[in-house]
Design a protein around this ligand. Structure first.
Ligand SMILES: *Cc1c(COP(=O)(O)O)cnc(C)c1O
Length: 454
């Protein structure tokens, strides 16, 4: 009978008590983050206008485990532990001998994994007397999560939302406003960074890089009242997401299997890190040999086609310089219905994993991604976020390869969010309005010429 189980749940007592910090186990340490003016390694004081000291210390911590505050665990109980499911109906549809498991983070109140880090970020800021947070959002998942977290801790929330998403996703904006956030379409005339962009291009539809510049500026010039929160990329964000993989380790044990490959979509790298880092720990410390596969859109191929070099995190060049696989900070997002994956760079931790040969990466085109999303939705009954569909497409490729090879492969992927606010993208796909888009080599070459000289 155990053979027919499709869902593995853990009791709330199994919500992890700590986050796992990969910095304790990386064979080679992360490259230093550099000051944009002096090109010297940044210290805690350089970052303190933007982040609370507790998060800055987590950013550079070499401790393997970081305690999760009890107040944060209490809020995690609203949706954690999240379920692990075996995609038996998808296996059947693909006629594959592979066993496919997925961790479902779409059960969180914000509909994605982002609340896992928004909650502790708001908590630590509140602890240090900060009254409000500024941030950017692209597709809206991060802004939604942060506005919920700020609401939990009775803080203000200022969201700069990429203008094209602001116009295309009025319900995302309304959710953030429901939780009390103030939402501004970016580029806006409320900041110097926004005004500079609008002067050059009054019709700019915005980008994550521009919105980051605006949110950073507002926090940095608030006289210490507000700080800035980032939903991906930074070490502490990836660390917070490791609750996902820690739960998976226990749930795979319940299923009496162990993954041969762990897969997740990669935008800034946080949900992929969340599911894969605890398995990387097993690889590095306990002799396991799980393959880790990050899947990015062919339209934004930072890992597979970007250059590993120091670059700015934003468009205006206000952030510290981070060594990362980058398409260039002046990257202009192409028309692509996976807003959360349109970032020019990638988390430092993921870049080092890739560079050190600890993970693999694949770039998958938009049409294959939506086709995978539909196959998954029709088999499993969940409409995935277009970002999450990249992980599904990767898992389907693996399952078909297993079939080809005639081997039973155990595949685990992160279904990091549902797509209920992305139905216009599905509408476009079903109406045959979407096509593939390969990011042009000339655009990459041109952007590489604009990288800061280190
Ligand atoms: C934000 C988001 C992403 C991309 O960010 P990562 O840091 O790479 O996880 C992917 N999927 C969903 C559902 C998101 O909300």
């Amino acid at each position: 009978m155990s053979d027919s189980i499709t869902r593995y749940d853990l009791p709330q007592s199994e919500i992890p008590h700590h986050w796992y910090n990969i910095q304790a186990d990386l064979p080679r340490p992360l490259p230093p983050v550099l000051h944009p003016g002096t090109h010297q390694p940044v210290g805690p004081d350089d970052l303190s206008p933007l982040f609370p000291m507790a998060l800055i210390m987590q950013e550079v911590s070499q401790e393997r485990y970081i305690d999760i505050p009890e107040e944060v665990r209490e809020i995690y109980k609203l949706w954690r532990p999240t379920p692990l499911l075996r995609a038996r109906r998808l296996e059947k549809a693909l006629d594959t001998p592979a066993h496919i498991y997925y961790k479902y983070e779409g059960v969180s109140p914000s509909g994605s994994h982002k609340l896992n880090t928004a909650t502790p970020q708001a908590y630590y800021n509140k602890q240090e007397g900060i009254t409000g947070l500024t941030t950017e959002t692209g597709a809206g998942q991060w802004g939604t999560a942060l506005s919920q977290a700020c609401n939990f801790f009775d803080m203000e929330c200022f969201v700069y939302m990429v203008k094209i998403s602001y116009n295309q996703k009025p319900y995302r904006r309304a959710i953030m406003q429901t939780f009390g956030a103030s939402v501004t379409p970016s580029p806006s005339d409320t900041t110097q960074a926004g005004r500079a962009i609008l002067e050059k291009d009054p019709d700019s539809t915005g980008s994550l890089g521009i919105a980051i510049s605006e949110a950073v500026e507002v926090a940095a010039t608030s006289g210490g009242k507000y700080k800035y929160a980032l939903g991906s990329v930074l070490n502490h964000v990836l660390t917070h997401q490791t609750v996902i993989g820690q739960e998976c380790l226990k749930q795979m044990e319940l299923a009496d299997e162990y993954p041969d490959v762990v897969i997740g979509p990669t935008g800034g790298g946080s949900n992929f890190a969340g599911i894969s880092l605890p398995f990387l720990h097993e690889n590095l410390r306990n002799g396991k040999k799980t393959r880790l596969l990050g899947v990015e859109p062919a339209a934004c191929p930072s890992l597979t086609r970007g250059k590993y070099a120091y670059d700015f995190g934003d468009t205006a060049g206000m952030t510290p310089l981070v060594k990362m696989y980058t398409l260039g900070h002046d990257y202009v997002p192409p028309p692509l219905h996976a807003g959360g994956l349109r970032y020019h760079g990638m988390a430092s931790i993921i870049c080092e994993m890739y560079d050190q040969g600890l993970m693999e990466a694949a770039a998958i085109p938009q049409m294959e991604t939506f086709s995978a999303a539909l196959a998954f939705a029709r088999a499993e009954g969940i409409v995935p976020a277009p970002e999450a569909a990249h992980g599904i497409a990767g898992a389907i490729r693996e399952a078909l390869a297993a079939k080809e090879a005639g081997e039973k492969r155990v595949i685990l992927f992160n279904l990091c969010g549902h797509g209920h606010f992305d139905m216009s993208a599905y509408d476009a796909y079903l109406g045959n309005e979407l096509s593939d888009y390969e990011y042009p080599q000339e655009a990459i070459d041109a952007a590489m010429a604009n990288l800061p000289q280190i």
